[in-house]
Design a protein around this ligand. Structure first.
Ligand SMILES: Cc1ncc(COP(=O)(O)O)c(C=O)c1O
Length: 356
């Protein structure tokens, strides 16, 4: 048995402000839903997007047993729609599931459900370069009982949302506050899982940074506040003395980004020297003072590449590359987006093409 489809009888298409999409404000006509009960996942079905009904005792509301993913569908300039490395999201979702004691979801089914959903709602994939259909799989403990233990029932949902740029700045450099008081994740914690708790933990510092005029915070390690971790919704990369440096994954405190992995792969192809290693914030400051800090940029599905124009730490403002996007960030952005929109050949087999 495959995924059953119940089609919407009305469309949300005309209620979308297509000239002012923003990010995550509008949703397409359908969603995928699957439930885990009595020890197994059901076949799942696609139904009209709409409210879901739960009792107030639903476990995830209390104990936060929630994981999610984020990926995009892009219009292909040659026709059809492209997904970018959805298998990586399926794998990461299951890694998060293991950490949060959530039963694994079949990875092929994860991709199949997305393909079916995007096929059905393909008219919601914007035909504008830089815009896309954001895909949000989410899975949570949905038993309705109290008590701190893993739920026995789970709900897995995929919704989609036509989006423009995540940051109002677009590809213009963002201002980032280096956070030295609050922490997002500690080694041994949940940092490398895509779970709601990490985002809840980030809100207060993020809000404070916004009030001070910054787009996001750069998190330092949770113990010494010395080593760079990542940005709110992005991994971070530095170009120092022509070497691309990014914090390593093995400490478990940062999310293993799909974009991060893709950029590292491209960098090697472009002959750029890459170092995945711990980097102290003092090393970044010293490089800035010596004039060897050439570029700083974030990598993530939402923005693809987001150049950092200003880093602020202990009252000191570091202006990176004259507040302009640098050549490495630009090349990464151009190459990734050209692959995603089908403008250049995908030699890595990253694209899952959907004929419409
Ligand atoms: C905390 C965090 N780090 C990094 C990333 C970048 O990951 P990806 O490139 O898979 O979108 C994201 C976005 O999902 C994130 O939320």
């Amino acid at each position: 048995m495959g995924i059953s489809i119940e089609k919407a009888t009305t469309t949300r298409y005309n209620s979308i402000d297509w000239n002012n999409l923003g990010f995550g404000r509008f949703f397409s006509d359908h969603m995928f839903i699957s439930r885990f009960e009595n020890g197994h996942w059901d076949e799942g079905k696609i139904i009209p997007y709409g409210p879901i009904c739960f009792e107030p005792s639903m476990m995830t509301l209390h104990y936060g047993q929630t994981i999610f993913e984020g990926l995009k569908a892009y219009f292909d300039v040659n026709g059809g729609v492209n997904l970018f490395r959805p298998d990586m999201n399926a794998k990461r979702m299951n890694k998060s599931a293991d950490r949060l004691c959530i039963p694994r979801f079949n990875e092929e089914k994860f991709v199949e459900a997305i393909i079916e959903l995007v096929k059905l709602d393909h008219k919601f994939v914007p035909k504008v370069y830089g815009q896309s259909l954001y895909i949000r799989p989410v899975c949570f403990g949905s038993s309705c009982v109290l008590g701190v233990h893993p739920a026995s029932e789970y709900t897995f949902i995929i919704i989609t949302s036509p989006v423009a740029s995540y940051y109002p700045e677009g590809l213009n450099p963002v201002k980032i506050l280096i956070e030295d008081q609050f922490v997002r994740a500690v080694r041994g914690g949940l940092g490398d899982s895509k779970t709601a708790a990490n985002y809840a933990a980030s809100l207060y510092a993020g809000q404070k940074a916004k009030e001070m005029g910054f787009s996001q915070v750069l998190w330092l390690d949770g113990i010494q506040h010395e080593f760079v971790d990542e940005v709110g919704a992005m991994n971070i990369m530095f170009v120092i003395d022509d070497v691309l440096i990014t914090p390593p994954l093995y400490q478990g405190s940062i999310l293993p980004g799909v974009t991060r992995d893709s950029v590292l792969c491209l960098a090697k192809e472009f002959g750029i020297k890459v170092q995945e290693r711990s980097i102290k914030i003092q090393e970044v400051i010293q490089a800035y003072e010596k004039g060897t800090l050439q570029e700083v940029f974030g990598t993530g599905t939402a923005a693809t590449i987001s150049p950092v124009g200003v880093l602020y730490y202990h009252g000191k403002e570091m202006i990176i590359n004259n507040n302009q996007i640098g050549p490495v960030a630009q090349k990464m952005y151009d190459t990734l987006t050209d692959i995603q929109y089908g403008k250049i050949k995908d030699i890595y087999n990253w694209i899952v093409h959907i004929d419409i």
